[in-house]
Write a protein that binds this ligand. Structure first.
Ligand code: ACO
Ligand code: LMR
Length: 604
C-alpha cells in the first residue's frame, strides 16, 4: 500500500458527528470527487436510516447503521473506519472492526484510551496489517483525494494551505495543530503536501513515524518528507536507522520540538501524553543532533524550518525531481444553502416528462410499451423492475381482490355512505376504513406469522399453540362463507398461478400443512385469500432475491395490505357508482334486524 488514500477511498464514520462529516463532504465537493468520502455512518442509538448532508448546494443521503457489522456489509468498498467513539468505547469499536475485517486504515480520534488497551489494540491492528492513525489525532489527508474530518480546518484554510490538491511533500507530525501550521508553511515555501498524517499525541499510537515515512518512501507522489517530532520517546531513532540502512532515500527535513524542556527541571510533560523525556536520548536536543548526524536536514531552530523546507524543495525543483503542479479548478461551496423539508426517491417531475423510478410515464403507460399496472407498482412501490412473472402476479392479486359482492364489510359501508349523499371519495374512504385484521387487511399479519413459524421451524401444531398464546386468530385462516366444501376459487387461482410461474413456494407449502390441521378442527378454517396473498408475496420476494430483513420491513410497513387496498378500491368505486346510477335513497337499517336490549341506566 504505497498511497494511504486515493480519490476512490470511502470511509465508514463511527458516530454521527455531523459537522465533521459535512466538512469531509464539502472538501469532496470542492475537489470534485465523484463519490462522497463518507459511505456510511454508524449511529448505534439512532432509529433513522440516513442523515442528510450538503453536497455543494444539493443534499445527499448518507445511510445510517446501528453497527459497524451492518455498515460494512452494506458498504463493503468502504475500507477506512473513522472511529469517532469516545475514549470509553473507542477500543471496542476498533477491536470489532479488526474482527470484521476489510478495513485498511482505522483512525481513532479519542484521547485518553487506557494505555494498556491502546497497546493491545495497536498490536492487534499491526498483526492484521491495518494502519491505525491515532489515538488522539485529527487524522490524515491525501490532498485532492481524501481528507479525514477536521484536519486542515475550514475550506478557506485548506485552499490557502494548498491542501486541495496534491503537492510533493510527505508530512508526518504528532499534533494536529502543528500539522495545520506545517502545511501552511509548506504551502508558502514549497508546493504543498502529497500525503500528511498527524499520528496522535498519546504515548502509544498505532502507526508511528517510521511506518508512515516508509509508506511515503514508496509513494511516487511524495518527493521529500517533513517530520515534526516531539520531546519524549525514541521513535525518531527508527527513522535514523532507516536512513542509515537505505530503506529511506528520499530527503527528510526534521525537527523535534521541545528543546525548551532542558530549561526545566526533569520530567516536564508538554501538552501530549507522550511528550515527556524519560532519558537523555529522549530529549529534543539529542534527537535533533542524532538526526542531523544521519544526514537528515535539521534546521538550527524551529524558526529556521521554513527556510530549510524552501532550500530542499528548490533543490528538488532544480534537479527535475519535482515538476510544476497544475492548479485544478475548484467548485466553490455556495454561501447560503437551504436544507430540504421533503425527500422523494420514487418519482421526479422536474424534467420534460415525469418519471416513475427513472422511467418516463410514456415508457410504461400505453399498451405498446408492453408494461402493465404490475410494472408501475414495481417501479413506484419497490423502485425495481420486476420480472414478468412477478408483475403478472401483482396484477393477478389486484384483479382477484377487486370485489367480492355487496355484502362484505367494506362494500356495505361504501354503499351506505353513497346513499347518504356523500361523494365518491368520501364513500370510498368509508369502505377502505373497514380493511383491517378481520377483513381484507390480514395479509401483512399472515405473512408475518407464517414467516415467523416457518423461520423458526414450528410444526403446524406448535404454530397453532403459539398463536393461541398470543390470543389472536391466525391471520389468513378462516372465512365466513368459504370452507372445504365451498372452496374459494380465488385461492385456487392464486395457487395455480404460483405453481405455474413461481420458481419455488416454500412458505405456501408450509401454510398448506397448517391448513390441513385447522380444517381438521373446523372446515371453514381454510387458508383464505388474504393468507394466500401474504404468503405468496413472501415467496415472490424471496425468489426475487430480497433479504429476510427487507421482507420483514415490507411486512412491518403494511406493504402487503396495500395490494388489497388498491384492488378493492376498484370494487368499492363500482358499488358507489352503482348507488349513484340507481339514485338510491338514504339507507336506514330495518329495526326488526336489530336486537334492542336497553336497560335504564343506574344512578351512581
Ligand atoms: N385462527 C384460529 N381460530 C380461528 C380462526 C383463525 N384465523 N378463525 C376462526 N377461528 C375459530 C374461532 O376462534 C372459533 O373458535 P371456537 O368455535 O372454538 O370459538 C371458530 O374458529 C369459529 O369461528 P367463526 O366464528 O365461525 O369464524 P368467523 O366466521 O366469525 O370468522 C374470520 C371469520 C373473521 C375471517 C375469522 O376466521 C378470522 O378472524 N380470520 C383471521 C383474519 C383473516 O384472515 N381475515 C381475512 C378473511 S378474507 C378477507 O377478508 C378478504
Ligand atoms: C372479501 O374478499 O371481501 C371476502 O373474502 C370477505 C367476505 O366476507 O366474503
Amino acid at each position: 500500500m504505497s498511497r494511504l488514500f486515493t480519490k476512490d477511498t470511502q470511509a465508514i464514520f463511527w458516530n454521527n458527528n455531523k459537522t465533521a462529516i459535512q466538512r469531509m463532504l464539502d472538501y469532496d465537493y470542492t475537489i470534485g470527487r465523484e463519490t462522497p468520502s463518507v459511505a456510511a455512518i454508524v449511529a448505534p442509538t439512532s432509529n433513522s436510516k440516513f442523515e442528510k448532508f450538503f453536497y455543494g448546494s444539493d443534499e445527499i443521503m448518507v445511510p445510517l447503521y446501528k453497527s459497524t457489522t451492518e455498515a460494512k456489509a452494506a458498504q463493503p468498498q468502504a475500507d477506512v473506519l473513522l472511529n469517532f467513539a469516545s475514549f470509553r468505547t473507542a477500543y471496542d469499536v476498533t477491536m470489532e472492526a479488526l474482527k470484521i475485517g476489510g478495513f485498511k486504515t482505522i483512525m481513532i480520534t479519542a484521547e485518553g484510551i487506557p494505555e494498556r488497551l491502546a497497546r493491545i489494540m495497536n498490536q492487534a491492528a499491526r498483526d492484521a496489517g491495518v494502519t491505525v492513525i491515532g489515538p488522539a489525532t485529527v487524522g490524515a489527508i491525501a490532498p485532492g483525494a481524501f481528507k479525514i474530518a477536521n484536519i486542515g480546518g475550514t475550506i478557506d484554510n485548506i485552499i490557502n494551505s494548498k491542501l486541495h490538491r496534491a503537492g510533493s511533500c510527505g508530512l508526518v507530525t504528532r499534533s494536529g495543530g502543528l500539522f495545520n501550521e506545517l502545511s501552511n508553511i509548506i504551502s508558502i515555501n514549497a508546493d504543498g503536501i502529497a500525503e500528511g498524517v498527524a499520528i496522535g499525541g498519546d504515548r502509544f499510537v498505532g502507526s508511528v513515524f517510521i511506518d508512515n515515512l516508509l509508506r511515503m518512501e514508496s509513494n511516487p507522489d511524495v518527493k521529500y518528507m517533513v517530520l515534526l517530532g516531539e520531546v519524549g520517546g525514541t521513535e525518531e531513532y527508527k527513522v535514523i536507522e532507516a536512513v542509515k540502512d537505505g530503506r529511506i532515500k528520499k530527503p527528510i527535513i526534521a525537527w523535534c520540538i521541545g528543546t525548551i524542556a532542558k530549561h526545566f527541571s526533569s520530567g516536564v510533560q508538554f501538552g501530549h501524553a507522550g511528550a515527556s523525556a524519560n532519558a537523555e536520548r529522549e530529549t529534543a536536543e539529542a534527537k535533533n543532533k542524532a538526526m542531523a548526524e544521519a544526514g537528515i536536514h535539521v534546521p538550527a531552530s524551529f524558526n529556521d524550518l521554513p527556510g530549510t523546507i524552501k532550500e530542499v524543495y528548490e533543490e528538488l525543483r532544480a534537479n527535475g525531481t519535482i515538476g510544476e503542479i497544475p492548479e485544478p479548478e475548484l467548485k466553490p461551496i455556495p454561501k447560503t444553502r437551504r436544507s430540504k423539508q421533503f425527500i422523494c426517491t420514487i418519482s421526479d417531475d422536474r424534467g420534460e416528462e415525469a418519471t416513475y423510478a427513472g422511467f418516463p410515464i410514456s415508457s410504461v403507460a400505453t399498451p405498446d410499451t408492453g408494461k402493465g399496472i404490475g410494472d408501475v407498482v414495481s417501479l413506484l412501490w419497490f423502485k425495481k423492475q420486476y420480472p414478468k412473472w412477478a408483475t403478472e402476479f401483482i396484477e393477478t392479486v389486484m384483479k382477484t381482490v377487486a370485489d367480492h359482492g355487496p355484502a362484505v364489510s367494506g362494500a356495505h359501508n361504501a354503499k351506505v355512505t353513497a346513499r347518504a349523499g356523500k361523494s365518491v371519495v368520501e364513500a370510498l374512504v368509508t369502505g377502505l376504513l373497514t380493511i383491517g385484521p378481520r377483513f381484507g387487511g390480514a395479509i401483512d399479519g399472515a405473512a408475518k406469522y407464517f414467516k415467523y413459524a416457518d423461520d423458526n421451524n414450528l410444526t403446524p401444531a406448535e404454530f397453532l399453540a403459539y398463536m393461541k398464546k398470543q390470543g389472536i386468530p391466525i391471520p389468513g385462516i378462516g372465512h365466513r362463507i368459504k370452507s372445504l366444501k365451498n372452496p374459494d376459487k380465488r385461492v385456487e387461482g392464486l395457487k395455480k398461478f404460483a405453481a405455474e410461474h413461481f420458481p419455488r413456494t416454500p412458505l405456501l407449502d408450509y401454510a398448506l400443512t397448517v391448513e390441513q390441521l385447522t380444517t381438521s378442527k373446523k372446515e371453514n378454517l381454510i387458508l383464505n385469500v388474504d393468507g394466500t396473498i401474504g404468503i405468496l408475496m413472501v415467496d415472490m420476494w424471496r425468489a426475487l432475491g430480497y433479504s429476510e430483513e427487507e421482507i420483514d420491513e415490507f411486512i412491518e410497513s403494511g406493504t402487503l395490505n396495500a395490494f388489497f387496498i388498491v384492488g378493492r378500491s376498484i370494487g368499492f368505486i363500482g358499488h358507489i357508482l352503482d348507488e349513484k346510477r340507481l339514485a338510491m335513497p338514504m339507507y336506514r337499517h330495518p329495526m326488526d334486524d336489530i336486537l334492542y336490549d336497553v336497560q335504564k341506566a343506574e344512578e351512581i
